[in-house]
Design a protein around this ligand. Structure first.
Ligand SMILES: *[C@@H]1O[C@H](CO)[C@@H](O)[C@H](O)[C@H]1NC(C)=O
Ligand SMILES: *[C@@H]1O[C@H](CO)[C@@H](O)[C@H](O)[C@H]1NC(C)=O
Ligand SMILES: *[C@@H]1O[C@H](CO)[C@@H](O)[C@H](O)[C@H]1NC(C)=O
Ligand SMILES: *[C@@H]1O[C@H](CO)[C@@H](O)[C@H](O)[C@H]1NC(C)=O
Ligand SMILES: *[C@@H]1O[C@H](CO)[C@@H](O)[C@H](O)[C@H]1NC(C)=O
Ligand SMILES: *[C@@H]1O[C@H](CO)[C@@H](O)[C@H](O)[C@H]1NC(C)=O
Ligand SMILES: *[C@@H]1O[C@H](CO)[C@@H](O)[C@H](O)[C@H]1NC(C)=O
Ligand SMILES: *[C@@H]1O[C@H](CO)[C@@H](O)[C@H](O)[C@H]1NC(C)=O
Ligand SMILES: *[C@@H]1O[C@H](CO)[C@@H](O)[C@H](O)[C@H]1NC(C)=O
Ligand SMILES: *[C@@H]1O[C@H](CO)[C@@H](O)[C@H](O)[C@H]1NC(C)=O
Ligand SMILES: *[C@@H]1O[C@H](CO)[C@@H](O)[C@H](O)[C@H]1NC(C)=O
Ligand SMILES: *[C@@H]1O[C@H](CO)[C@@H](O)[C@H](O)[C@H]1NC(C)=O
Length: 248
């Protein structure tokens, strides 16, 4: 058991060593930290989408071309990034298609890539029911104003709900703690809360990159081994195997 594991470790090290020789000479070709839109101090796993692919982990490409918040694409949906907490690996994001009204322009459910992200534990699922008949309001929860986009009255209810008698249901993460004892979401203020976005935690371990940078190195992604490596002026260095194993 133990010796098998050791052999596996050895094999992986050999594979990495051979593939790394291809990527030698890349040191210094990625920016250690960079600013994107109104957010500064960004680094691996993030990269500007124009930067070489090896500068970031796949799925963490940022669009910094516009003023204000940077954007990221997750599962084919564009999100504005409102803040990044690198220490705790938390991103606050909001759907780009909710930038003008909390009633989304794209009638698709919010889904994140669970290989890379997880919802922060302080969030739950809620459903926006769009295009409901007025009779829906028997619940007395009050409708949300969707502007003049012709979808009809919209309601926000907790949990994953199908459209039922309404035209469409769109699932959105919503902070826990805004439901009353009967389990209804208080409509007052919920529009602003939706506009403030939600927190996701990224799973790719970035802590080691701080260590890597401290020793004068730079984290890079090796697309052959699909692992993060620490590149330094003296050449490539293996991150500790514990780190390699935690990579998705
Ligand atoms: C590094 O940063 C500079 C200045 O912000 C930018 O012009 C350049 O494109 C960046 N390079 C990479 C590889 O991100
Ligand atoms: C992403 O969206 C584009 C255009 O909106 C579509 O062509 C493509 O099939 C979508 N990809 C996935 C994986 O849903
Ligand atoms: C960036 O701008 C957006 C919108 O203008 C704002 O909501 C967000 O708080 C800003 N982020 C930072 C880190 O300043
Ligand atoms: C990052 O998140 C943690 C935990 O939520 C919080 O205590 C800390 O103040 C945050 N740091 C920044 C810079 O926002
Ligand atoms: C909202 O996003 C769309 C598409 O990205 C953009 O065309 C529009 O100008 C944005 N509106 C605001 C108020 O930022
Ligand atoms: C919403 O439900 C889905 C499917 O049950 C789950 O994977 C996801 O984590 C939930 N979202 C939140 C914010 O709890
Ligand atoms: C629901 O959708 C149908 C077909 O698009 C539309 O005719 C109807 O007005 C919508 N109902 C509401 C309440 O918006
Ligand atoms: C919870 O909220 C709903 C909708 O606003 C309301 O009808 C109901 O009476 C509330 N229940 C309690 C226990 O406050
Ligand atoms: C969102 O998910 C719910 C539950 O799975 C489903 O009933 C609904 O049709 C989905 N909405 C859209 C726009 O696909
Ligand atoms: C809804 O929230 C508002 C503001 O937080 C509060 O004043 C009001 O009493 C709440 N309504 C109910 C029914 O809980
Ligand atoms: C790996 O990256 C190099 C340089 O960026 C590129 O030329 C090569 O096609 C990539 N290989 C794979 C398997 O994606
Ligand atoms: C990477 O991080 C893990 C835990 O976060 C730590 O145990 C390990 O020693 C680190 N490896 C390196 C090379 O810094």
């Amino acid at each position: 058991m133990k010796s098998q594991y050791l052999l596996l470790k050895l094999l992986i090290m050999i594979i990495i060593k051979t593939s790394l020789s291809d990527s030698d000479g890349l040191y210094g070709t990625c920016n250690g930290t960079f600013s994107c839109g109104n957010i500064s101090g960004l680094g691996y796993p993030f990269r500007r989408h124009q930067a070489p692919a090896y500068c970031g982990y796949p799925g963490f490409e940022l669009n910094c071309d516009q003023q204000g918040p940077p954007t990221i694409e997750i599962m084919n949906m564009t999100y504005r990034i409102l803040s990044i907490n690198s220490t705790f690996q938390i991103l606050k994001i909001v759907r780009q298609d909710m930038n003008e009204s909390i009633c989304p322009k794209n009638l698709v459910n919010t889904t994140i890539n669970h290989k890379l992200f997880d919802y922060a534990p302080s969030y739950m699922n809620a459903s926006l029911l769009l295009g409901c008949p007025l009779s829906f309001n028997v619940l007395g929860i009050g409708s949300i104003f969707c502007g003049n986009n012709g979808v009809g009255p919209t309601f926000l209810v907790p949990g994953i709900q199908g459209p039922g008698i309404c035209n469409t249901s769109v699932i959105v993460p919503f902070p826990i703690g805004f439901t009353n004892t009967s389990g209804f979401i208080n409509t007052t203020g919920s529009e602003q809360i939706l506009q403030e976005g939600f927190d996701v935690m990224w799973k790719v371990n970035g802590k080691n990159c701080t260590d890597c940078m401290r020793t004068g190195g730079q984290c890079m992604y090796d697309n052959v081994t699909r692992l993060t490596i620490c590149s330094s002026p003296s050449g490539m260095q293996l991150m500790s195997l514990s780190y390699l194993w935690t990579n998705p």
